[in-house]
Design a protein around this ligand. Sequence first.
Ligand SMILES: NCc1cccc(Nc2n[nH]c3ncnc(Nc4cccc(O)c4)c23)c1
Length: 232
Amino acid sequence: ILGGHVAEPHLRPHMASLQLDGEHVCGGFLIAEQWVLSAAHCTEETDGKLFQVLLGAHSLTEPEPHKRLYRVRAQIPHPGSNIHNNKDDLLLLQLEEKAELNEHVQVLRFQREDRDVAADTVCEVAGWGTVSHSGRRPDKLYQVERPVLSRDDCNHRTRHDHTITRNMMCTDSRKKDTCKGDSGGPLVCNGVAEAVVTAGSRVCGNYKKPGIYTRIAPYAAWIDGVMASVAG
Ligand SMILES: NCc1cccc(Nc2n[nH]c3ncnc(Nc4cccc(O)c4)c23)c1
């Protein structure tokens, strides 16, 4: 997160850190007791290894009550996701067991009504992604508030040049923005998860390249189908 600030501890009990060998790779969030939603691109450099999911954390390294690392039973990328574009950039992770819910570990509901969030709505995004252009990685969860940018503005040829589909949305990226390691985290507007961070052009903090997110509502049926089909 560039241009943001350390989150108030444990105000985002839905936040997940997807880790490989103890290292934070991507964000995600708890959508059900045994399911985390993240971004398919997060599996690009994992060469088939399964993530571990850290729940209940504020600091990545310090001992904290209710902080727990869960093994993953299954990782299911959306069938339409691929390495060449940002389409369908969603990943479902089934935890080895149901997460133990408490004041630091909670499910966050996601938007099921397929209607655009109004431009200029101020939403918030959090993550353990890099906090400087030099790529400094934080120990604590950071957050930043960002206004929604209309799809038309975002699709302007000097910005994302008509690559933003109706299954995506954008936020202004002037100075305050998501960055490496924030992928997979939720964009929360009025307390509801509307979308999931995707890297897009991978540029951070440049107003010419607004932050891009995969809207969740268009995928509600896919999410429900996967959760229903993979035996609990
Ligand atoms: N703001 C959009 C966004 C959301 C999520 C991730 C990303 N970026 C990245 N995702 N993956 C990456 N691998 C390497 N470098 C990356 N960006 C980067 C790193 C240092 C300085 C800088 O200016 C940009 C990214 C960008």
